[in-house]
Design a protein around this ligand. Structure first.
Ligand SMILES: [Fe+2]
Ligand SMILES: [Fe+2]
Length: 377
């Protein structure tokens, strides 16, 4: 005999109560939360204006001692992420400032980190015994598991943009920070490691660039493995080299979506410098405007030169020197250099390597008459 609607309702209610007690959820009730037609649009396209932030950052440098925080930074909080200190679901970023003479003690962690320098001539990072001196536009990486400390030996403030894969690592529940660094003390007879706040410099001046910044050639007499993990043995990338490359390539057509775009790579194999983040720089020539595309990866941009705009899902983000902005995953976007008399140059960080490794990367373009076409990935 067929069950009545009331009987079925009672049985479903019993099932719901049992499921709750057993820590189960009925899929048929949550299906729409799981089977999404496209990625969630939680992360908002957003731009942080340097003009708004610079006075606050300099003020913080006067009233917040670096000793209290180890790293003095203002973290970017995407307005779509409920006040969490993340730019996207995979990337964390900040403007950091170190006053003349300040130092930040050594530590290491499972998230990968990067710094892109905006100001100051005396900044440095020490990674696994290599002291990398930094100037505006230089990129320095501190890959997963490498000990690193920072400092500013110059007369002026050091300002850089940090980008880390913290939310991604946090999502994998794989975050670990370590602060207890020790190394053998040459003044000790025993040779036993002793705790210390800063690494001894063990590599020669400009080690990374001497060995690896020679395009098309790699040294065969050194072990490419540095520290733990799977990352580039070259730890600092000079802006001077990137700018010279742009000038050599300016007459090429370039990418229809990004102009003259270059990826920083592991010079021994051409891979992104770290497995979770790809670092890039792109030049938009005077008046250049790119075509619209979207892809399954999130990108953080820092404006190094010029001014222009990036349109993201119909919203125009107008940018200028030192501004930072985010283009979330799967949002239609195009860039433009607003100036007719100079280049615009953007530095960017993307989680694309993760998406590609996992087979999740997709890219599409949209024609002028609205047709959506796949772009070969
Ligand atoms: Fe760190
Ligand atoms: Fe893009």
């Amino acid at each position: 005999m067929a069950q009545t609607e009331t009987q079925v309702g009672d049985e479903l209610a019993t099932l719901a109560a049992d499921a709750k007690a057993l820590h189960l959820i009925e899929f048929w009730k949550e299906r729409m939360e799981i089977e999404l037609p496209e990625p969630r649009g939680l992360v908002k396209p957003f731009l942080w204006h340097w003009d708004d932030i610079e006075p606050r950052l300099r003020h913080a440098a006067r009233i917040v001692p670096v000793e209290d925080c180890e790293r003095r930074a203002l973290l970017f909080s995407n307005p779509g992420l409920g006040g969490r200190p993340f730019m996207s679901t995979t990337l964390l970023g900040a403007y950091s400032l170190y006053n003349a003479g300040e130092v930040a003690p050594v530590h290491r962690h499972t998230p990968c980190a990067s710094r892109f320098v905006l100001e100051g001539k005396g900044g440095y990072t020490v990674i696994e015994g290599e002291k990398c001196r930094l100037e505006r536009g230089d990129l320095v990486i501190t890959p997963n598991g490498t000990w690193h400390d920072h400092g500013n030996e110059g007369p002026d403030e050091l300002i850089w943009v940090d980008i880390l894969d913290v939310p991604l690592v946090e999502g994998l529940n794989a975050t670990m920070f370590e602060f207890d660094y020790s190394e053998a003390d040459p003044r000790s007879n025993s040779g036993d490691p002793v705790p210390t706040q800063y690494q001894t410099i063990s590599e020669p001046e400009d080690h990374s660039n001497r060995l690896y910044a020679n395009g098309g050639m790699k040294p065969l007499f050194v072990d490419r493995q540095r520290g733990s993990g799977n990352h580039s043995p070259m730890l600092v990338y000079r802006w001077k080299a990137m700018r010279e490359a742009f000038d050599k390539m300016r007459d090429y057509e370039g990418s229809p979506y990004d102009g003259i775009i270059m990826e920083y790579c592991d010079p021994t194999n051409g891979n992104p410098v770290m497995p979770t983040m790809s670092f890039r720089a792109q030049m938009l020539r005077p008046g250049e405007q790119t075509r619209t595309h979207r892809h399954m990866s999130s990108t953080i941009y820092v404006v190094l030169e010029g001014e222009g705009w990036t349109e993201v899902d119909g919203e125009r983000l107008e940018w200028g020197r030192n501004d930072v902005f985010v283009v979330p995953t799967w949002k239609w976007h195009a860039h433009a250099n607003a100036r007719k008399d100079g280049d615009a140059v953007l530095y960017s960080v993307t989680d694309e390597p993760v998406l590609r490794t996992l087979g999740l990367y997709r890219e599409q373009t949209r024609t002028d008459d609205g047709a959506i076409l796949p772009v070969a990935a």
